[in-house]
Ligand binder design. Structure first.
Ligand SMILES: NC(=O)c1ccc[n+]([C@@H]2O[C@H](COP(=O)([O-])OP(=O)(O)OC[C@H]3O[C@@H](n4cnc5c(N)ncnc54)[C@H](O)[C@@H]3O)[C@@H](O)[C@H]2O)c1
Ligand SMILES: [Zn+2]
Length: 372
């Protein structure tokens, strides 16, 4: 197949490209080489597969994107602005790239001649907002964000909105109602819903993959707005303690980029995937404190995390994936769990030059009143 990957020069897209090329597909990448990800010089990254065709372009540029879509059999739509905190003040930029960019793509599929017969869109666990919980007395609950009052009092755990008991996090499945809590998350939900609705209407088999917290080689280490593993690695490599919000006990599902690539290839190959949404994670929750500790350990640095017991607006407490749907329907099976994945990450990170821009990013959040 001839496959277009928007955002294909990025972390995830480049791994999808490698997987596709290995299977004999022809890959075309369409990417703006955003300076926040690729540096001010906006060079094509060295890691990019030389067998992929590269087109420099913006998903918001209709004509450029139209040319890129021409002749393609399948599209992976990965291009996006990806910082949750940053999206809260770069509201226009995030909405433009993520929503208008997706609208452009769909407008092309609806109005121009093309032969696309599969569209796979990168969605995100962020669209759930808080994960799923169980209250001892009330059963399964889908709570909204924690109350400001509780956070101020450093009561971090989720409480049942009805009886106020502490609730236990359980794996989040695809049926959980969507409650995005950031501009980024709202745009990711829009991307997913726009793609599925247009895909269904025009009978273009469409799949939305809800990635959980992706990590691994090629994640932009100097981008302080995204990817906690990359941020921690770059802090520690620069001799600074990782900054951990709350008490570090909040859990996420860290999925290795190799498994994200696996899920994307399955979504292309399997008809069962058509018009479906799938979680892509490991099914296991790992605490942020554990992540920091393991990264420091592997880098051979003494672990000295800063726990300022502060918090960020819109942060959720726990969310990790229920992956039974993608296992059952597509035969997906996570191959890299955190202990091994962190080794692969560190081996790569140690060879990289990375600037730590975290202080600046935190200053921005504080100046907007988005962090305590
Ligand atoms: N990394 C994660 O943990 C994670 C989790 C959930 C979802 N996602 C989604 O996966 C996708 C890929 O994310 P990533 O982690 O590889 O990020 P990334 O920043 O490494 O890659 C995104 C790529 O998109 C390009 N891009 C940005 N704006 C563009 C535009 N206007 N036109 C064309 N290209 C543009 C960037 O230059 C970059 O190469 C995104 O849609 C993101 O929302 C990522
Ligand atoms: Zn209750």
């Amino acid at each position: 197949m001839k496959v277009l990957i928007t955002g294909g020069a990025g972390f995830i897209g480049s791994h999808i490209a490698d997987g596709l090329i290995e299977k004999g597909h022809k890959v075309r990448i369409f990417d703006i080489l955003h300076p926040q990800v690729h540096g001010e010089k906006r060079r094509i990254p060295d890691y990019l597969n030389p067998k992929a065709e590269f087109i420099l372009g913006d998903v918001c540029d209709y004509n450029a994107l139209k040319k890129a879509v021409a002749g393609m059999d399948a599209i992976y739509h990965e291009a996006a602005a990806v910082g949750v905190g940053q999206s809260m003040y770069q509201v226009r930029e995030y909405t433009e790239t993520n929503v208008l960019g997706t609208a452009n793509l769909l407008h092309i599929l609806a109005n121009e001649k093309h032969r696309v017969r599969k569209l796979i869109v990168a969605s995100s666990m962020s669209i759930y907002g808080e994960g799923k919980y169980e209250c001892q007395r009330c059963g399964i609950i889908h709570p909204a964000l924690r109350r400001e009052k509780d956070l101020q009092a450093r009561r971090w755990e989720m409480r049942c909105p009805v009886c106020r008991r502490n609730a236990k996090p359980v794996p989040t499945d695809e049926e959980k109602p969507l409650r995005p809590t950031s501009v980024y998350a709202v745009t990711k939900r829009d991307q997913e819903e726009l793609c599925l609705s247009v895909g269904i209407a025009y009978k273009i088999p469409t799949v939305a993959l809800r990635y959980f917290n992706v990590y691994g080689p090629r994640q932009a280490l100097s981008n302080p707005y995204t990817g906690v593993c990359a941020i921690f690695s770059s802090r520690i490599l620069n001799g600074k303690p990782p900054v951990i919000w709350e008490d570090g006990e909040q859990k996420r599902d860290f999925v290795h980029v190799r498994d994200i690539a696996q899920a994307n290839l399955l979504a292309l190959e399997k008809q069962e995937a058509d018009y479906q949404v799938f979680n892509v994670g490991t099914g296991e929750g790992v605490s942020i404190g554990t992540v920091a500790k393991k990264i420091a350990e592997r880098l051979g640095m003494p672990f000295k995390a800063e726990y300022p017991r502060k918090f960020r607006a819109g942060d959720i407490r726990h969310c990790f994936a229920d992956i039974s749907k993608i296992k059952r329907m597509l035969g997906y099976s996570p191959s890299v769990f955190f202990d091994k994945g962190v080794d692969i990450l560190i081996e790569w990170a140690q060879e990289q030059k990375c600037e730590d821009k975290m202080e600046q990013a935190m200053k921005e959040l504080r100046s907007k009143g988005l962090a305590s």
